[in-house]
Design a protein. Structure first.
Length: 271
């Protein structure tokens, strides 16, 4: 399941004051940086949490603006670099046959949905000191990609929010594995929209979410290793067939897993 991790490596600032970034400078991209120990780093107005050896991470959402300001300071001395963010074009994906009560939920389930959304938000707010975010990620399973990050979703003819993950088709019950070392922060058997739902913390604000699972095989608080089975593919929640929907976040920023993990092995992704 391991994928070749292909990342853009660039150096910002002058050679004498270099800060290395690896990742995709694009909407949906996750960037990992290396500064000198003792330096402080900001993305816009947000100071970035750093490891003791100066590593940091940040990301850009689906609709990120064309540029962002990176600032690095040591004492009173600061330097700034404007980053150019690649703008992407997103497809419209029309999906028919979704249960209508998951497109327009009846009033009696709205409180349930609010509570479940709050549970997911709390799980993604976990910010540990794990360094798993900085290592290579792997695909949770292999299969055709049937849904991509950023696409506008139209369910049963009704426009809804964009898709914020990557969908991988597989038979119900197919094992899915952790893409990197993690701590399980949410393990829910059946949420209204997402069905079997799993959130895993990789450290420094980076998390993975698996949804539509037929079974969650780990518990909240459990430490999992990269490649360890954490659940099984399903078609629970708002789904028309069995698949894994894998989402990544940096805090509240939604990221494209494909930009971070690299191409699907054996070119199994549907073009």
């Amino acid at each position: 399941m391991r994928s070749a991790l292909t990342l853009l490596l660039l150096t910002v600032f002058s050679a004498a004051q270099a800060v290395e970034l690896s990742g995709e400078l694009a909407q949906g991209g996750l960037l990992i940086g290396q500064a000198e120990p003792g330096e402080r780093v900001w993305l816009g107005k947000k100071e970035l949490k750093q490891t003791p050896d100066g590593r940091f991470v940040f990301g850009f959402g689906r609709d990120a603006k064309p540029s962002a300001l990176l600032k690095v300071c040591k004492g009173d001395s600061c330097r700034e670099q404007r980053l150019a963010i690649r703008q992407r074009q997103y497809d419209i994906q029309r999906i028919e046959g979704v249960p209508q009560n998951t497109v327009t939920p009846p009033p009696e389930v709205l409180e349930r949905i609010r509570k479940e959304n709050a549970q997911v938000a709390r799980a993604r707010r976990v910010v540990s000191d794990s360094l798993a975010f900085a290592g290579p990620f792997i695909w949770p399973l292999e299969g055709p990609i049937t849904g991509v990050f950023g696409s506008q979703r139209v369910y049963n003819g009704e426009p809804r929010r964009p898709h914020f993950g990557v969908d991988v088709a597989a038979s119900t019950g197919t094992p899915v594995v952790a893409p990197a070392d993690a701590t399980v922060t949410l393990a829910h058997p059946d949420m209204y929209f997402s069905g079997g739902t799993l959130v895993m913390d990789h450290g420094y604000g980076v998390s993975s979410t698996f949804i539509h699972l037929s079974e969650v095989t780990v518990k909240e608080g459990q430490q999992v290793r990269q490649g360890e089975v954490v659940g099984k593919v399903g078609a629970t929640g708002r789904a028309t067939g069995p698949h894994l929907d894998w989402r990544m976040n940096w805090y509240k920023v939604r990221l494209d897993p494909v930009l971070h993990v690299g191409p699907m092995p054996q070119q199994m992704a549907k073009e």
